[in-house]
Design a protein around this ligand. Structure first.
Ligand code: PNW
Length: 469
């Protein structure tokens, strides 16, 4: 039997996000985020679900941290809710700041390293124009500074943004995420202003935080393979998706420039009109690590001659297409097994992604990577005790752990892994219908029950190794 061993100082953890688990949406001074208002749009969220209670983590935080300790987690990736910390975009909310301060103390008391993300999508609804407004980047810096002043003495690792692709293209062109717009011009404005927010905040965090603090950001990646590698159209489809979903976010940060081919694909949407002198210098402020979120593989085909593809159906609702300028690209199922999201399970895509990022981006920048999210939704099959024997999730995780180890063996500098997610939680447009947790949440009683995958993960962490099946 082959055993894959990880480097001695490899960090094992799990991840969540504020809006997806906290609940207490209007308690202790919190006010609406764009996700609270989006949840009230009829048809926006499956079953009309919202985040008002979620996993009730806001009230159950100490027990949740105790659970993390039982599972042997070494690091916990969470996000702070901007809408809780600065509810009306005016005064900071002491009760909101206090919640994160207590969470950090609880984690440190349990011997778990806190890993904070400042923006995991719950923008205060009070901010006019959202990310189409350049000023939002400056509001973000003020919030980031306040968080650093409050937690900088105890939190070492800081993430500016989670998945700006989602908060720009999927939110302002795709319409699937808040604020649910379908305007490609708004989407490119959001891309640039999110980049700017990241760069400005990175600079400010470095001024406020102690010297040994680390600052990075998390991107989501699509490994797009051409359906037929010999077909120029399929290769062109793959280039476009790689450009729009990966390089549009990597290149400004690592190379201080938007990729020319992507600008050409987006021609006419006005991305360049938002760039001011010095912006790209700000955006390319060096970071200490790159967070990599990977869930699935994808195969692409299509032809521009067929014109833009019709808008996809999401949750039975007509929405826009996030692949602006490349709407004709089609994603084709390859017959691989899929998760409950319908996403193709392809661990090898993660290995290839990490190796490529190391060679093209993080290696030259002399920084490491963390897999900040990886995991899968699987159907709920609880027995009468609430236990889920999720062998399918164990198989998914095992395959991806091995992929990470193989990438490390090939020279990729990967320093940690966070499973998404600790708990079943509010899966955005899919509400509570999709379950990503290694711990089951009973949404009637809010009881937590570790699934078989949580016990498997505990053993992997303890061994710092995983066996091939
Ligand atoms: C990420 N897509 O979201 C987020 O960071 C998590 O909050 C989320 O729960 C997790 O992945 C699982 O979905 C994404 O449509 C949501 O391509 C949607 C997409 C990608 C990432």
């Amino acid at each position: 039997m082959t055993i894959h061993r990880f480097p001695q100082d490899f960090l094992w953890g799990s991840a969540t996000a504020a809006f997806q688990i906290e609940g207490a949406a209007l308690e202790d001074g919190r006010r609406d985020s764009i996700w609270d208002t989006f949840c009230r749009v009829p048809g926006a969220i499956v079953n009309g679900d919202d985040g008002s209670v979620a996993c009730d983590h806001y009230h159950r935080m100490p027990q949740d941290v105790a659970l993390m300790k039982e599972l042997g987690l070494q690091v916990y990736r969470f996000s702070s809710s901007w809408a809780r910390v600065r509810p009306d975009d005016r005064e900071f909310n002491p009760a909101g700041l206090d919640f994160y301060s207590r969470l950090v103390d609880e984690l440190l008391g349990a011997g778990i390293r806190p890993w904070i993300t400042l923006y995991h999508w719950d923008l205060p609804a009070a901010i006019p124009g959202g990310w189409t407004n350049r000023d939002t980047a400056h509001r973000f810096v003020e919030y980031a500074e306040k968080m650093a002043e409050t937690l900088g003495d105890r939190v070492q690792d800081w993430t500016t943004l989670n998945e700006p692709w989602c908060s720009s293209l999927l939110s302002y062109a795709g319409g699937e995420h808040a604020p649910g717009h379908t305007d490609p011009r708004e989407a490119v404005a959001a891309v640039h202003h999110l980049h700017l927010a990241h760069g400005l905040a990175t600079r400010r965090l470095r001024e406020v935080l102690p010297d040994d603090a680390s600052v990075g950001l998390t991107l989501n990646f699509t490994v797009a393979d051409p359906v037929d590698p010999d077909s120029p159209t399929d290769r062109e489809a793959a280039r476009r998706i790689d450009g729009l979903q990966n390089r549009l976010f990597l290149d400004p940060i690592f190379r201080g420039a938007y990729p020319d081919d992507v600008l050409a694909d987006l021609n006419g949407l006005g991305l360049e009109s938002h760039i001011r002198d010095g912006d790209l210098e700000t955006i390319s402020t060096p970071i200490d690590w790159l967070g990599v979120n990977y869930y699935n593989g994808a195969a692409v085909t299509g032809s521009p001659d067929n014109g833009p593809a019709p808008s996809p159906e999401a949750n039975g609702r007509r929405v826009g297409n996030p692949n602006i300028g490349s709407e004709w690209v089609e994603f084709v199922p390859r017959g691989l097994p899929v998760t409950d999201m319908g996403w193709e399970i392809q661990p090898d895509g993660l290995r290839r992604l990490l190796e490529r990022l190391h060679v093209e981006y993080t290696g030259p920048a002399d920084i490491g990577m963390y897999v900040t999210e990886n995991g899968c939704a699987m159907p709920d099959r609880a027995d009468e005790d609430g236990f889920v024997d999720d062998q399918d999730r164990i198989g998914y995780l095992r395959g991806h752990f091995i992929a990470v180890e193989e990438a490390i063996a090939q020279g990729a500098d990967v320093r940690g892994y966070f499973v998404w997610s600790l708990l079943d939680n509010f899966e955005w447009a899919w509400g509570y219908d999709k379950r990503f947790g290694i711990v089951r949440v009973d949404y009637e009683t809010l009881e937590r029950t570790p699934k078989a995958s949580a016990l498997f993960y505990r053993d992997v962490i303890a061994a710092n190794a995983v066996e091939e099946e």
